[in-house]
Write a protein that binds this ligand. Structure first.
Ligand code: BES
Ligand code: MN
Ligand code: ZN
Length: 498
């Protein structure tokens, strides 16, 4: 589906056309509302013939059922009703969007035997539909793929039938704001680097002014004045100048300290002079996924008018090899005054973040800082695609992040920090070096960042494994996942509003 589907809500009523989706629990029957969609009573036989057992997000369809006027009758499994948590509702929505295929009008009968879904549950189905329906098709110019399937789908209208449509509509308005943030983050990550350079990315951030976000864009000159030489060293090999965007959403009390989110925005990471091997280098267009998540998060918070004061800061640079590029052995003085010996120009993300963390802490004195970065390949070795690495100097913040992760499904796994690891980035030539050797690569990267946060409660999320090259799931079919938007929106909603 190319366009974002529309999701509407209505009371139960036997639908007259389009595709109809009913929900079938594992080991349980159908409700009256579902059976009303199946006047000929074919579903039990369809289930038996397809060996459909109602497993979560499984589906079965009957084409052109006799009697009613619609094209398809689909059943989606909900799993066992006692394990229907938030993620299950999202997956049900995802499965509904998948089952819609090329239909343009879909009715979901959100009624499950033995369950009374809340408005939030219904909204989660809607959110699951939106997340699953996302695809990045702007560069598909042909109508059909080679196998004849349409390369672009039409826009789809979903109507979710439920007991209290008005309450569901209210809950869904919040969820849709979050979905729009995820869409934005995914779009930014999927966009190729020839189209999305630092200047273009900054312009996208600026767009958020329409939603009431204050956006300030710093140019190279302004960053030089601030002394951001670590960030600028990364940018100096690129023809395209760097930008730093600061997005502020002031939805909280006037004097309340803000919370701050900081994103690595390397629009393309060649590795610089320490150049990367060719294989899979194209993936490095996604090395701005941290910045994309922060931008998507700010969009979500503004759209749902979050009652919090929030700073979003993104450092936008391109890491290129060039006659003017930074060299291994160079020593730069960061904004904090600490000096850094560059051992490997491919360890650039931490250099960009170092100056941002320092600047953010000094200028905004936030309650906490959370940075997101596709920082190390080593986090993929440690955790794969299922968890982001969490590094923090604050137990409460860590616990809150873990809880938000478990609730939303954007999970994080805490990794250690400690003086033993910190030692690994000491060097004779400067205050520190930018790499710590082969072992514990994700941890030494985090130790490096920690040297720029002082006592501010801080967490670093290494999203190299979770934000891009994502395995397809019930709620994401795209290369970019938008990881972080839902996680951090939940963190703010649960602990930092009102
Ligand atoms: N952007 C990469 C990390 C990365 C790798 C992200 C794979 C997504 C997928 C980062 O800038 C990088 O190059 N890190 C190096 C650090 C090393 C030179 C210490 C790495 O992980 O190899
Ligand atoms: Mn790199
Ligand atoms: Zn990088």
């Amino acid at each position: 589906m190319t366009e974002k589907p529309t999701v509407a809500f209505a009371k139960f009523a036997a639908p007259k056309k389009g595709s109809v989706i009913v929900l079938a629990p594992e080991g349980g029957g159908l409700t009256d509302a579902a059976e009303a969609c199946d006047p000929a009573g074919i579903l039990p036989r369809v289930f038996a013939a397809a060996e459909f057992k109602g497993k979560l997000a499984a589906s079965v369809e009957a084409l052109a059922p006799q009697g009613p006027g619609y094209d398809r009758l689909v059943a989606i499994g909900t799993g066992k009703t006692d394990s229907l948590n938030e993620q299950a509702w999202l997956q049900i929505g995802g499965a509904a969007a998948a089952a819609a295929k090329n239909a343009t009008e879909v009715t979901v009968v959100a009624d499950i035997a033995g369950v009374t879904p809340t408005a939030r549950n219904i909204a989660s189905i809607g959110l699951g539909i939106l997340l699953r329906a996302y695809s990045f098709e702007k560069y598909k110019t042909r109508k059909n793929n080679n196998d004849g399937t349409p390369s672009k789908a039409k826009s789809v209208k979903f109507t979710i039938q439920c007991a209290d449509p008005a309450a569901a509509r209210r809950a869904f308005a919040q969820a849709e704001a979050v979905a729009d943030g995820v869409y934005l983050a995914r779009d930014l990550v999927n966009e190729p680097a020839n189209v999305l350079g630092p200047v273009e990315f900054a312009a996208q951030a600026k767009e958020l002014e329409k939603l009431g976000v204050e956006v300030e864009i710093l140019t190279e000159k302004e960053m030089r004045k601030l002394g951001m030489n670590a960030l600028l060293g990364v940018a100096q090999g690129s023809f395209r100048p760097p930008r730093l965007a600061v997005m502020r959403w002031n939805g909280g009390k006037a004097r309340e300290k803000p919370v701050a989110f900081i994103g690595k925005g390397v629009v393309f990471d060649t590795g610089g002079i320490s150049i990367k091997p060719a294989a899979n280098m194209e993936d490095m267009k996604g090395d701005m996924a941290g910045a994309a998540a922060v931008t998507g998060l700010m969009r979500a918070l503004a759209a749902r008018k979050a009652k919090a004061n929030v700073v979003g800061m993104i450092g936008l640079v391109e890491n290129m090899p060039d006659g003017n590029a930074q060299r291994p052995g160079d020593i730069v003085t960061s904004m904090s005054g600490q000096t850094i010996e560059i051992i490997n120009t491919d360890a650039e993300g931490r250099l960009v973040l170092a100056d941002m963390l320092w600047h953010c802490k000094e200028k905004y004195q936030p309650q906490f800082m959370i940075n997101l970065a596709t920082l190390t390949g080593a986090i993929l070795v440690a955790l794969g695609n299922s968890y982001a690495g969490l590094f923090s100097n604050d137990d409460q913040l860590s616990e809150r992040l873990s809880a938000a992760g478990n609730a939303t499904g954007e999970r994080v796994w805490r990794m250690p920090l400690g003086p033993e690891y910190d030692k690994l980035i000491d060097t004779k030539n400067a205050d520190m070096k930018n790499t710590g050797g082969r072992n514990a690569g994700s941890i030494t990267a985090a130790q490096f960042l920690k040297r720029f946060v002082d006592d501010t409660p801080w967490a670093h999320l290494d999203v190299a494994g979770t934000a891009m090259a994502s395995p397809s799931s019930d709620i994401n079919q795209s290369w970019a996942s938008g990881f972080g938007v839902r996680l951090l929106d939940r963190l703010v909603a649960d602990h930092y509003e009102g």
